[in-house]
Write a protein that binds this ligand. Sequence first.
Ligand code: ADP
Length: 282
Amino acid sequence: MTTAVSIPKTGGSGGHTAVAARARQVVKAYGSGETRVVALDHVDVDIARGQFTAIMGPSGSGKSTLMHCVAGLDTVTSGQIFIDETEITALKDKKLTQLRRDRIGFIFQAFNLLPTLNAIENITLPMDIAGRKPDQAWLDRVVETVGLAERLKHRPNQLSGGQQQRVAVARALAARPEIIFGDEPTGNLDSRAGAEVLGFLRRSVDELGQTIVMVTHDPVAAAYANRVLYLADGRIVDEMYNPTAELVLERMLRLSPGGTETSAAGAAGRTPEAFDARGRVS
Ligand code: ADP
């Protein structure tokens, strides 16, 4: 399989299509001649609105590149990317920056909070910069959803790693973006804090209707998603709906016979518990 397009394009709620983002025949190549690396090889994918999608695959398979291209953080070599009905691959820099600011949310492995601002100031900062007034009722709901109501006046250094990432999740949710992209959002957290953050991401999909796309190495993290896409050598080679950690791990072992951190050679016979928070064999 080199395509993961199976969602009816219409029928979404709130005036949007049922597909929050689309990639069509996307190629991303780095370098040229002998050193040319094809990171994405004609990828077609639909990301369903109001669902949690995980992107998995061995190191170097193109996960981050796919996320960065779909999120408009990187340009494509050829092909098209759409956010709802907007073709972002056709936008000039200024319009693209505006679209990212107004319609997309990001959560990174490093929490990227400003140390001098407290939690609530960090949460509303992107809206303050954009000159947008937060919707107070929504903000209260987001703060409640991620369990931060008691800690809004705390600065990042007064919060644990898990709490800091919850602030980053709330910051991404606060502006009500159409879609949130997470690049290994639990990669810097221990498994308990990671589980908490993943639980809040799940709740934001179930209770707030958020659309989330997350890159991860971790079968346990992927099990929080509705759907898992598997990349190998820049192609989508498989997908799974309603994943469990065991099924995800089993599929990863089948799809990655080579020597990577998720390799069958190193991981055969191990349970998901034998993987650390980043999916590496312990
Ligand atoms: P993953 O996220 O699955 O680990 P990446 O998307 O980071 O994979 O990388 C996919 C491929 O593209 C790899 O072969 C990687 O070496 C290559 N690549 C990524 N970024 C660059 C870059 N800036 N310059 C050259 N090659 C790159």
